[in-house]
Write a protein that binds this ligand. Structure first.
Ligand SMILES: [Zn+2]
Length: 256
């Protein structure tokens, strides 16, 4: 028995039974699954390289997005005119990049080795993320165009004001809720991958990853708080997601 064929720390991918000190080619004594690789099915060079690259692709734009509050603070301090345009322009450039990068990464995480249901879930999450962004962009555009064209009368009357109210609720409540929820689900999928890998990450990575996942739950209630929440919740959100992807990358790189 050579060291390389000895399974020292992995559990059966099917039933979870400990396969310590078993070798490739043997069968799990609980469920009979043939041990054909060390670790879960996605535990191979090709899949780990892809997971690592996609985690990097998703994490960098999360941190770059922090330029938005940085520009905002800088503007508020230096410019007396308090022009909001640099902040808005930075946001309009960086936000789509982050959304697209995360959606592409999430879609590409969906490898067959993760199993059908997880593959489907990841693809749904990728589509949901893009759809939420498109819906928000469309809502804002339509609303501002309506005002530009002096169609504010559109919101008058019972039907108009109801429509306006629904639009606001959607933009302020429903879309952020869906976006945060899909990110929480994604963070759980990433955590599950890390647990399956049974890689022990550094203390800093473990603690910051756990804190990031807890903070994700607080983002939505916090984002509803005017001003303080509007400013800090997106910062917490983007750092937390950056951390989740960073943890996944660290796991994938540990194994390579
Ligand atoms: Zn088994």
């Amino acid at each position: 028995m050579t060291d390389s064929s000895t399974i020292t720390r992995f559990n059966c991918t099917r039933c979870g039974y400990s396969l310590a000190h078993r070798v490739i080619g043997e069968r799990c004594s609980e469920c009979g699954t043939r041990i054909d690789s060390i670790g879960p099915a996605w535990w191979n060079q090709r899949d780990l390289t892809r997971i690592s690259r996609m985690a990097l692709l998703a994490s960098i734009p999360c941190y770059v997005l922090l330029l938005v509050p940085a520009v905002f603070v800088n503007e508020a301090q230096t410019s007396l005119s308090r022009s909001a345009f640099p902040t808005i322009n930075t946001f309009l450039v960086l936000m789509p990049i982050q959304v697209i990068a995360q959606a592409v990464a999430t879609w590409r995480f969906a490898i067959p080795e993760l199993g059908d249901s997880r593959m489907r879930l990841l693809r749904v999450l990728a589509v949901v993320r893009i759809s939420i962004f498109v819906a928000a962009a469309l809502t804002v555009t339509v609303t501002s165009l309506a005002y530009d064209w002096n169609l504010s009368g559109l919101w008058d009357g019972p039907i108009g004001s109801q429509f306006g109210f629904m639009l606001l609720c959607g933009l302020y409540f429903f879309l952020p809720l869906c976006a945060v929820a899909s990110d929480i689900i994604l963070s759980r999928v990433l955590l599950a991958l890390q647990r399956e890998s049974q890689v022990t990450l550094s203390r800093w990575q473990t603690i910051s990853g756990s804190i990031a996942r807890i903070l994700l739950w607080l983002v939505f209630p916090f984002i509803l708080a005017p001003f303080v929440g509007w400013f800090f919740a997106p910062i917490i959100w983007t750092i937390a997601m950056g951390r989740c992807f960073g943890e996944t990358r660290a796991m994938a790189r540990c194994a390579q």
